[in-house]
Design a protein around this ligand. Structure first.
Ligand code: DSN
Length: 427
């Protein structure tokens, strides 16, 4: 047997034994995983349905049509007013698809500052986007750690972008899409909402929607959307020709129709009452987590959350996010280190920790479990603070106190089956 299979078996075990708390991760269903691993992966299909550059695409056309239809339905959108492109391979490519379709080189983009929770692909200086377009960033308010829309309006009037972008990776509060679209309109800009993190919550009606306010929305399909790793663009019908031409042939070759089929399965799952209940529980769980961590003495950015993620500022504990994320990994709790607003530490050793509830909620965990998990997180943080854990991976990995927490966490995690990962051997 290929060595890769034993590596996959180890990863399957890890995903069951540890608590997955990275807010951008989730567990896809068995149906999604089966679809992605199907024969659809054998086929090239450059182009769009009924306009392919390869023969033999009768079934693949049906897959892509169905996916676009289900995506629009998931967000309650009229297909005469809105269109969808499900070919982008990732969130970055979906964003590029919009920029390349609607902007010209040298045009201006106004987007959220990365260390305040924005995203690289919104024009951070190291990216190709920043080489092609002129990018300026807006910030959260230093004190409240939420957006000040008047300030964004003032900045937009001065900078006059062609595209205003909202969204990102670590903003725990609701974004006022109506207000941002008005600001964009007032300066003649398009408004794009990157809803990668919240897409599933929005589709389930558990979080405010950017529709009908935005001109375009982009999202990945594996976060709260709970599908395979992929992405999609939804835009006003009048913009779709430009966006489609931008994605193919502008940016990509063959679409991954096996992934598109998996997205389609996930989109159908999203429309069920079970998923709507799941999405509401994801938010309740995150709010309980935030409350418990605050009660335990931690500083939570913006004082809480409206969605699936919680951002902890570890500066009061004088701890680095790097140290705490590694300590928690030894305790079998998987999180990620993250910058916090107005962070002066480097992105590799940032001052924050980002936690999320989508994957835990997929395993059926609720309020009681969140309280228990908060206690383990607090215990690890307090311990790291007390013993002044060194910035050394090997020392943290060898720590017996953290390993003892890890043992308890593993026994707890194994009580919650992962729906997409069957107990029997195999992939
Ligand atoms: N990697 C994603 C996240 O973790 O939020 C963003 O690209």
């Amino acid at each position: 047997m290929d060595k890769i299979f034993s590596i996959i078996a180890r990863e399957k075990k890890r995903q069951k034994e540890q608590l997955q708390m990275i807010p951008s991760e989730n567990y896809a269903s068995a149906a999604v995983m089966k679809t992605v691993g199907s024969c659809l992966m054998n086929k090239y299909a450059e182009g769009y349905p009924n306009r392919r550059y390869y023969q033999g695409n009768v079934n693949l056309d049906a897959v892509e049509d169905l996916c676009r239809e289900r995506i629009l339905k998931a967000f309650g959108l009229d297909d005469k007013k809105w269109g969808a492109n499900v070919q982008p391979h990732s969130g970055c490519e979906a964003n590029l698809g919009v920029y390349n379709g609607l902007l010209k080189p040298g045009d201006k983009i106004l987007s959220m500052y990365l260390p305040d929770g924005g995203h690289l692909s919104h024009g951070w200086p190291v990216t190709l986007v920043a080489k092609i377009f002129k990018v300026e960033f807006y910030h959260v308010d230093r004190k409240t750690q939420v957006f000040d829309y008047d300030q964004i309006e003032t900045q937009a009037k001065k900078f006059r972008p062609k595209l205003l972008i909202s969204g990102g990776t670590a903003y725990p509060r609701t974004i006022n899409h109506k207000r941002l679209s008005q600001i964009a309109k007032s300066v003649g800009a398009y408004y794009m909402a990157d809803i990668a993190h919240e897409a599933g919550l929005i589709a389930a009606g558990a979080h405010p929607s950017p529709f009908p306010f935005c001109d375009a929305a982009t999202f990945t399909t594996h976060k709260t959307f709970r599908g395979p790793r992929g992405a999609a663009i939804i835009a006003r019908a009048s913009l779709m020709d430009k966006i489609n031409f931008s994605v193919f042939p502008g940016l990509q070759g063959g679409p991954h129709l096996h992934t598109i089929a998996g997205i389609s399965v996930a989109a159908a799952e999203l429309a069920t009452p079970q998923f709507r209940a799941y999405a509401r529980q994801v938010i309740v769980n995150a709010q309980v987590l935030a409350k418990e961590l605050i009660k335990g003495g931690l500083s939570v950015v913006s004082g809480g959350t409206d969605k699936h993620l919680v951002l902890v500022d570890l500066r009061p504990q004088n701890l680095s996010g790097w140290t705490v994320a590694w300590a928690l990994e030894v305790a079998n709790i998987i999180t990620n280190r993250n910058t916090v607003p107005y962070d002066t530490a480097s992105p590799y050793y940032p001052s924050g920790l980002r936690l999320g509830t989508p994957a835990l909620t997929t395993r059926g965990m609720k309020v009681k479990e969140m309280i228990k998990i908060s206690q383990w997180i607090l215990a690890a943080v307090r311990y790291a603070q007390k013993v002044k854990l060194p910035q050394s991976k090997s020392a943290i990995k060898a720590d017996r106190q953290l390993a003892a927490i890890g043992k308890e966490v593993k026994a707890f995690a194994l009580k919650f089956p992962v729906p997409g990962l069957p107990a029997q051997a195999g992939l």
